[in-house]
Design a protein around this ligand. Sequence first.
Ligand code: S3P
Length: 450
Amino acid sequence: MSSHGPAQKMTARAGGPLKGIAHVPGDKSISHRSLILGALAVGETRVSGLLEGQDVLDTAKAMAAFGAEVTRHGEGDWSIHGVGVGGFAEPEDVIDCGNSGTGVRLVMGAMATMPITATFTGDASLRSRPMGRVTDPLALFGARAVGRDGGKLPMTIVGAADPVPVDYVTPMASAQVKSAVLLAGLNAPGKTVVTERSATRDHTERMLRGFGAEVVTEQTGEGYRITLTGRPELKPQTIAVPRDPSSAAFPVCAALIVPGSDVLVPNIGLNPTRAGLFTTLREMGADLSYENEREEGGEPVADLRARFSPDMKGIEVPAERAPSMIDEYPILSVVASFAEGSTYMPGVHELRVKESDRIDAMAVGLRACGVEVDETEDSFTVHGLGAGGVPGGATAAARLDHRIAMSFLICGMAAKQPVSVDDAGPIATSFPIFEALMRELGATLLRPNA
Ligand code: S3P
């Protein structure tokens, strides 16, 4: 979808404590990959716990447009009848990836080494985001890209009819870029190598192995070197999508800053490439425990228990931790506003090219709520006001960014005065049950225009 309709203003205000059990939806990263790898396998892949957020639904539509048979059987329960590596059909129409950078970049990678042409577009947020980071390495395989304004959507990719494997070092820490290269490498003969200087989420590598591809990860002086052997036959899988740690972050952080709260968030994957926020919160003094720690599908999993934490302290978040918590800086900056002292977050320039410029979006909104924030191109610092210390009383612009909208609503649950967002619509891209789930825990969320 290119837009989600009229803006939906939403307001959060302080009320009683948050209590209860929060079952957050399936992991967005793994949901996209389940659909794409399912479409590239030969036969039927079954998926349970798929996130039915708009981003993932748009990827499901894209896979159908490339010729896979994608069927919804019930809530979160889907099947994909794949066409095999190299088997995509040329889509008849433009592929609209809505708000999803992950969707468009991974799908571009997957089709770039097949002899087909596809045109991609998205909403205003996605059309403003850089695609050159993906089309540059795809050009090395032999694919051609023509986009607007030096590499933005709408963009047409002419896939390589005769692809060659590549050896590529990603210039920025990005799992999307790494994944696009690996997915393109599937239909190139020989070995495709991608090296990243710091480890980003490794779901593509893990899942490719699960589908039967040969993927080897080695740690070298340069970083992590991932080698994929091209032209495998991917075997269909049965996938149970784990719950999303990036969605869990919202009820967890809300519980830490709303007085009297005690919330359990069960079954959260703690893959080290995703769990940086929880480590950081514990370093700040959050009362956050991992209960019932176990392994599921080769991934560490736990139930998270978060309780109101009035004594959190600001810290310096190590720059090298950024890739493992890149989507969590907006909500961390809200928690930091309710901690004593300053929280310094360096090494985060990638936040400037997410669904919005997330440093600017948080800085402007938090200042309007009475919090002092400093920023550089690559860092930001939040000067905390302690538990209960944030004045609030502002309306933040969500900028078509789900995580900005949710972060300010959580802020409003603990601030002295209500906090509104001008448009809560984008929340449906990743966490469609956010409003119902937070209300169930006891949060006060109002829709002034409804
Ligand atoms: C994702 C990678 C990250 C992240 C995004 C999901 C993925 O983006 O921000 O929400 O599923 O690969 P980058 O690769 O741009 O860091």
